[in-house]
Structure formats: C-alpha cells, structure tokens
Design a protein around this ligand. Structure first.
Ligand code: UT7
Length: 333
C-alpha cells in the first residue's frame, strides 16, 4: 500500500493595515532607523489597530478568506482546526473554535497550541500525524499572533522587533510523494527566564501589581536568545538534511523564522545555502512569532513548484525549535 503523506494544498495570509515604521518607533524609545536596520533588519511592522478590529481570530478569518480565493475547499469538510498562537483572543474559549465558527468549519474539532515562534512547525507536526494515522483527511493549520498586545512600547530591547500577522495552510492526505517528509521538533523548558511573559497565567494571575510591574509584556535576554536561536536551528537543519540525504544544492528553499536578519544570515551561512534560496521578509513585517513562516510561504507561493525541497526552521520561547522537510505539493496557478 502507498504511504500516506500530509501535503499543503493551499496557503493564505493576512497582515493588518497599519505600518509602524522605525521613524515612529524612534519617537517612542531611544533608538533610530539606522540601529534597527543594522542590528535587526526591520524597516516596518504591521500592527492591528482598533479601527480595524481586535483579536488574532480576526486576522485568521482574513487569512482563510484569502486562501479560499485561490484554493476552493468546502469548510464543512475540514475535520480539525489547529491554531498556533501565543496571543489568543481570550484565555478561553480557544481561537481555533472562534475562527472555525466565523468561517464555516463547523464540523471540525478545534484547539490552540502555544509553542511561541515555533508554533507553525509544531502545528504542522500534529496535523501531519493526524493525517498519516488515517483518521483525518483535511486539517486547517493556522498560525498567528498579535504581538503588539504584549509588547512594551517603552522598552527599546523588544518593541522594534515585533509585529502582527497570520498565515494558514490547508493540509490534506495524499499518496503522492509530496508533502511533509520528515521533521525534528525539540524543546528545552529549563530556562524560562531568558524569554517570557510571566503575567496573566496561573503563577501570576492578573492583578494591579502584575500590571504595575509590566509582567504582561514580553521580556527577553536578547543576547542569550540570539545565540541559542542560531545554534539550535543550525543543528536541527543539519540533522534533517543529513538523514534525508539533502545537500545545499538539492534544497530549493529555506524558510527560517524571521526573528532577526543577523540570525537568519548566520543560520544560512552555516548551512552553506545560497542566499537567493532563502525566504526573507523581516524588513516588512518584523517578527510575527508563529506567523513568520506561513507568511513567507504565502508571499513566495507563486515561485514554488511541485516537488521543491523546502526546509522550514524555527526557534522561540520555551525554548522550542525544530525543522520540517517538505516537498511542495503543487505548481502555482
Ligand atoms: O523569536 C525569538 C525571540 N527573539 C529573538 O530571536 C531575538 C533575539 N535577539 C536579538 O534579536 C538581539 O539580541 C536584539 C535585537 C534583541 C538586540 O540586539 P543586540 O545586537 O544583541 O544588542 P544588545 O542586546 O547586545 O545591546 C547592544 C547595545 C546595548 O547598549 P550598551 O549596553 O552596549 O550601551 C543596548 O542597550 O544596544 C543597545 N540597544 C539599543 N540601542 C538602540 C538595545 N536595543 C536598542 C535599540 N536602539 N532598539
């Protein structure tokens, strides 16, 4: 019997309208356009402003509408919706459920996962295994964040980095030799002190005091995160390339999490992959956490061809990290 693979049949995305430029950030904190471009590689990021609405499910609905324009599917056939986010609409109910209700995916069972910037590849891993099990045939994976809601715009160490956005991927079962071929997912939860939002959970439920201390904002030790991000993504990429007999020549695209252009450059240099094979759009959107990888795929979709070998790699809070090897499933129309 032919092996079942999970293949991406279509990809959608959405970024909010408001462009927060480096010039505007420079009016909020002591920084400059020059510093941000040189040290992070970002020119602007998109922010969900109240005029447009609120909540990550709003971005998800728009991403799914965008997907539907290109890839006609019946929402009633979707069996599961997995939403990777660190900024859900509410603590409960989950954002997958809210998105499914608004987009007609009413036969699906729905849940969120939280794996920070690795959320999309973690969600793909779950969806792939549901499909390979034989029980499910169509799953919607969504990855989105509204990081502006947990960013401290008085902290120059974090506020230039983050933006808002969302991507989605429709996964289906296939017996063709395309789709997700292999993946390596890793976690090390021993050092939450380097990258966290400590407020609002069951250790520090929201109080006036947690708000006064700013515990509801992202905090990170940028230098430590920077070093870990490079070494961990390089390690898993090398491992997945080696065990699938891939070389820099046979890889068509690398899609790295967009956290910092210097991190991306360091990873790509160490993997020896030509820069023109690397998807980079951090200058336009900043770090949208779980959404960076699907937003790249969405933007590059027209260049992708059936059978292209693609490596996705991410690193985020947890620490969580990993790499996914997939063969692209269709030529763009
Ligand atoms: O998605 C996963 C989560 N996050 C990441 O992957 C981020 C990983 N880390 C980074 O991207 C970088 O570490 C940062 C962008 C956060 C910081 O860049 P850096 O080159 O590592 O700067 P640094 O923390 O080593 O700081 C160098 C200097 C410091 O000044 P002093 O102490 O040398 O006087 C900072 O205070 O740069 C200063 N600095 C800034 N200056 C102007 C930090 N942020 C800014 C800023 N504008 N926005």
């Amino acid at each position: 019997m032919n092996k079942v693979h999970a293949v991406i049949k279509g990809i959608g995305g959405y970024v909010p309208n408001y462009r927060l430029t480096n010039e505007e950030i420079s009016t909020m904190v002591d920084t400059s356009d020059e510093w941000i471009i040189k040290r992070i590689g970002i020119k602007e990021r998109r922010i969900l402003k109240s005029e447009e609405g609120s909540g990550v499910s709003l971005l998800a609905v728009k991403a799914i509408e965008n997907l539907k324009k290109k890839c006609d599917f019946d929402p009633l056939e979707i069996e599961a919706v997995i939403f990777a986010t660190s900024t859900p609409d509410y603590i409960l109910p989950n954002s997958a459920a809210l998105t499914a209700a608004k987009t007609g995916m009413t036969n699906a069972f729905c849940f969120d996962i939280e794996a920070a910037c690795s959320g999309f590849i973690y969600a793909l891993e779950i969806a792939e295994n549901f499909i390979v099990s034989g029980k499910y045939k169509k799953i919607m994976v969504i990855a989105g964040d509204v990081l502006s809601t947990i960013t401290d715009y008085t902290d120059r160490n974090t506020c230039p980095i983050f933006g808002d956005g969302c991507g989605c991927a429709l996964l289906e079962a296939t017996i063709e030799e395309v789709g997700i071929i292999d993946s390596i997912m890793r976690t090390d939860g021993s050092s939450p002190e380097y990258l966290h939002v400590y407020g609002g959970g069951s250790v520090n439920p929201t109080t006036h005091e947690t708000i006064d201390k700013g515990l509801h904002y992202i905090w990170q030790d940028g230098r430590i995160v920077f070093k870990h991000a490079i070494s961990k993504m390089v390690d898993v990429c090398n491992e997945i390339m080696e065990r699938n007999h891939l070389s820099p020549d046979t890889i068509k695209w690398v899609v790295p999490h967009q956290a910092n252009l210097r991190i991306i450059d360091a990873v790509v240099n160490r993997l020896n992959v030509r820069p023109d094979k690397v998807m980079i759009n951090i200058e336009k959107y900043g770090n949208t956490s779980a959404a960076t990888i699907p937003i790249c795929l969405w933007e590059w979709e027209s260049k992708l061809q059936k059978g292209d070998n693609i490596i996705l790699t991410a690193f985020g809070a947890g620490f969580t990290w990993g790499a996914t090897y997939l063969k692209w499933g269709y030529d763009s129309k």
